[in-house]
Unconditional design. Structure first.
Length: 222
């Protein structure tokens, strides 16, 4: 009886020892849980900063590896769980880096786009200012030309009015008579009469021409 009791007690103690995890076994389980927790934290951090959008494929791979680690641990495969959890953490780290790079690139592109838009707006404003200045200058020149034309028209109208209002000009005529006497030529003839020769000289009357010149002078009234 005593031997049977001792044997039963020994078997119970052995069962307890076998049922209790050894320190090495318990350490691997803790390592697996720690690796899973670390990977889960990285994945959640990536979700918060937009890794699911910027690096969605890699973030999905990290989440799948985490699920494999949790499944391996639940089935007692500690080493597999640790390996899968560490791989999930690495994928999550890469997803975070890729997301940050893409965000930085997008921010740079947005900044350059904004700068280009600002430059274009500045150029447009400068061109508009130049056009406005040119239009203002043209308007000023047109106004000056219109004023000059109006002044010339006013001057012309004033001269026309003055001419219409002025009395008729006084006209004076000056008549000059010039008498021109042209001597007549002398005519010589030889006359023969009964054998005698005589020379006869006759003078023609002088030619008188009167030339009359009339000069008309018009003087404006003062």
């Amino acid at each position: 009886m005593r031997n049977a009791f001792k044997q039963a007690a020994s078997l119970s103690i052995l069962a307890l020892i076998l049922a209790s995890p050894t320190p090495a076994f318990a350490g691997k389980a803790n390592d697996a849980r720690a690796a899973i927790a670390s990977a889960k934290g990285k994945i959640e951090a990536g979700d918060k900063v937009g890794a699911s959008v910027e690096a969605g494929r890699m973030q999905a791979q990290a989440r799948a590896a985490l699920q494999n680690a949790e499944s391996a641990l639940s089935h007692g495969h500690k080493d597999e769980a640790i390996t899968a959890a560490r791989h999930a953490g690495e994928l999550a780290d890469q997803a975070l880096i890729l997301a940050d790079q893409r965000k930085t690139a997008a921010a740079t592109a947005d900044r350059r786009g904004a700068e280009a838009e600002a430059d274009a707006a500045h150029d447009t404003a400068a061109a508009a200012t130049a056009r406005a200045a040119s239009a203002e200058q043209s308007a000023a020149m047109n106004a000056q030309a219109a004023q000059s034309n109006a002044q010339m028209a006013a001057d012309a109208n004033a001269r026309a009015d003055a001419m219409r209002a002025a009395p008729p000009a006084m006209a004076s005529a000056t008549t000059t008579t010039e008498r021109i006497i042209t001597p007549a030529p002398t005519v010589k003839r030889h006359v023969t009469h009964h054998g005698l020769h005589r020379k006869v000289v006759k003078r023609a009357p002088s030619k008188v021409v009167e030339k009359t010149t009339t000069t008309l002078t018009t003087a404006p009234n003062q």
